[in-house]
Design a protein around this ligand. Structure first.
Ligand code: GUN
Length: 295
């Protein structure tokens, strides 16, 4: 039996520390960090995420600004809104929920966000800084994966890490973070030859493909640490709608040393890391030190 990596509990303690740091900033420096979230269209999953982000922002004592725009929004209107948010001193972090509708050039929008307010860490400058090992705002899901790994595994030096998935949101940035921790990193993807045997070499597996239970239990090396980033809604054999990850959990947890469940693993860490990035961005903009409790 493996250790269950409890991301829900870890995220709760992180949010408590963020609330403490927000209170400290108000008391010592008289400012309240603010996060603006922009949602274009009515994608149900995105609506759920945006609602949770706004609720948790307020719960930790920060300001939340929500902008909901119709699905047929013009790219130029979105550009105008980003410009306004960039100029607004009460807004320290800007997140544009992805995916954006087809008529909008996502890359143009992301790169319009003031790099200091890019709490998603998707701006090309933050991406570049991460890849050269410089200080940057780090994408939230990858940052959450790293926190859990360091908490449950400790020093990652020399570990063989296999990241399955090469997205800009998770696969590539998590690979950069693992490299920074001195792992030997393999990025596997849909064209990788003999993925099961690549995976069997891994001390750490990060599955971020968005394919329900694609990673089988017998692909996991005994004792390995498994971080499952997938959140897939499927209908099970009894006709119930359930959430599953990218890893076949029941089989994998019999072999792994430690594994994240779905739900309750990586998922809750993403918003907690977004709130943390907002505090960090606000402190940098105000020219004050980031409180030790989240540093
Ligand atoms: N859509 C899915 N994940 C994310 C994320 O981390 N940030 C944004 N902005 N959109 C997403």
């Amino acid at each position: 039996m493996s250790t269950v990596i409890d991301g829900k509990a870890y995220a709760e303690t992180l949010r408590a520390r963020i609330a403490e740091s927000a209170a400290e900033l108000k008391l010592k420096h008289d400012f309240v960090p603010g996060l603006a979230v922009v949602l274009v269209g009515e994608d149900p999953a995105s609506q759920v995420y945006v609602r949770s982000k706004a609720r948790q922002t307020v719960e930790v004592g920060m300001q939340s600004f929500e902008h909901r725009l119709p699905a047929d929004t013009d790219e130029d209107d979105l550009v105008d809104l980003i410009g306004q948010l960039n100029r607004d001193p009460a807004v320290n972090g800007i997140l544009v929920q992805l995916p954006l509708p087809k008529q909008v050039d996502s890359e143009r929008i992301i790169n319009m966000i003031d790099v200091q307010k890019d709490v998603d860490g998707f701006h090309v400058e933050n991406t570049g800084r991460l890849s050269i090992g410089a200080d940057s705002l780090v994408p939230c899901t990858p940052a959450g994966c790293l926190m859990l790994l360091k908490h449950y595994v400790g020093d990652l030096t020399g570990q063989n890490a296999v990241v399955i998935g090469r997205s800009n949101i998770v696969g590539k940035p998590v690979s950069m973070l693992l490299l920074r921790e001195h792992c030997t990193v393999t990025i596997a993807h849909s064209r990788t030859r003999d993925l099961p045997s690549v995976c069997r070499q891994a001390d750490i597996v990060v599955a971020a493909v968005g394919a329900p239970e694609m990673v089988k239990g017998d692909w996991i090396k005994p004792g390995a640490t498994v971080i499952d980033v997938g959140i897939n809604r499927i209908t099970d054999e009894s006709g119930n709608k359930v959430l599953v990850g990218d890893v076949e959990y029941d089989a994998a947890q019999k072999v792994a040393g430690a594994i994240t469940p779905v739900p309750g693993g990586v998922g809750p860490m993403t918003i907690a890391c977004l709130l943390r990035n907002t505090v960090i961005a606000a402190c940098r903009q105000q020219g004050v030190d980031v409180p030790d409790s989240i540093g």
